[in-house]
Design a protein around this ligand. Structure first.
Ligand SMILES: Nc1ncnc2c1ncn2[C@@H]1O[C@H](COP(=O)(O)OP(=O)(O)O)[C@@H](O)[C@H]1O
Ligand SMILES: [Mg+2]
Length: 303
């Protein structure tokens, strides 16, 4: 039982007309992993999750959840899987508790109010249990979506950008709970564009780009690959001197990032800035994080 992968994706291809949103993805996620599926917008993360959840069909290839094929054994696959979708979709006419009971009923579960209460408590939703969905704020609805995905205690939990646009408090509440579930043996798959979140939470990471996996490794190994040090220079609305444009890892919102194997290169970079008359408002030297790893990998692929 335990050597069956929690998720096995084999040769997954998904076409939308001429676009190959998934372009040959092979991926095994082990039971008990806390796995990060990262990639820029449009990389194919949600497409993969929709196929996984049985909401759309692959053009080619197969996906199995705990050994159950998501098309052939749809009901079994669905019963061991909980998906928190990226989009907020819900029925406005029910209260939070009614919605969760209905969802439980869909899985043939009745009388699991103890678990529903535990979910509500862990997601700080207890005092909203009798509130109608349409009266909840976006952040509260997001919590209900999480509860809804977990109502049948699935072995495998997939969260698609669960913290996009939500406040710090919810992020912390959510991660505390998801971590606890992972410690209790649930497999967690997370997509996020908050890379510091992925870095903190995920044991292993796949980076997806244009429908293909461009990196698959432990978070530690991915970070070790970058090496060196990261220099961040805040230059406000000034233009980045031309000689530095090619050297910068990124230049966004007035912040230029560089990665240097040799710290002495910092001096050279500052000299160029000074000679170009660019005022450096703030300087940071950091250990490379997942963001730098990500930018580097996306670049290498483009080259
Ligand atoms: N229903 C659809 N019809 C046409 N194109 C789609 C559809 N869903 C997604 N796409 C396209 O597939 C690509 C991958 O999208 P998506 O899986 O949503 O990416 P991600 O979740 O990584 O941001 C994008 O180019 C997107 O525009
Ligand atoms: Mg998406």
């Amino acid at each position: 039982m335990s050597d069956i992968p929690a998720i096995r994706v084999s040769g997954a291809v998904k076409c939308f007309g001429a676009l190959r949103a998934l372009d040959g993805v092979d991926l095994d996620i082990r039971q008990g992993e806390f796995f990060g599926l990262l990639g820029p917008n449009g990389a194919g993360k949600t497409t993969l999750i929709s196929a996984l959840a049985g909401l759309s069909r692959l053009t080619e290839g197969h996906i199995a959840v705990m050994g159950h094929d998501v098309v052939r054994d749809y009901r079994q696959a669905r019963s061991v899987l909980g998906v928190v979708p990226q989009e907020l979709v819900f029925d406005p006419f029910f209260s939070v508790r009614e919605l969760l009971r209905i969802q439980a009923g869909y899985f043939g579960i009745r009388g699991n109010d103890d678990w529903i209460d535990e979910l509500l408590a862990n997601l700080d939703l207890t005092n909203k249990a009798e509130t109608n969905m349409r009266q909840l704020s976006g952040g509260m609805k997001r919590r209900v979506l999480v509860a809804q995905a977990l109502v049948h205690k699935p072995d495998v939990i997939v969260l698609d950008e669960p913290t996009a646009g939500v406040d710090v408090e919810l992020r912390q509440t959510l991660w505390r709970f998801i971590r606890k579930l992972n410690e209790n043996g649930h497999t967690i798959v997370l997509t996020t564009h908050y890379l510091e979140e992925a870095e903190e939470l995920c044991h292993r990471i796949a980076m997806l780009k244009a429908g293909q996996i461009v990196a698959l490794d432990t978070t530690q190994n991915i970070l070790a690959r970058v090496g060196g040090q990261t220099l961040k220079l805040h230059i406000g609305s000034a233009a980045l001197p031309a000689v530095l444009v090619a050297k910068a890892l990124s230049f966004d919102a007035g912040v230029a990032q560089f990665n240097f194997a040799d710290p002495l290169q910092v001096e050279e970079t500052l000299r160029v800035m000074r000679e170009a008359g660019v005022r450096v408002e703030e300087m940071e030297i950091l250990k490379p994080d997942l963001e730098q790893a990500f930018i580097q990998m996306m670049r290498q692929e483009a080259a």
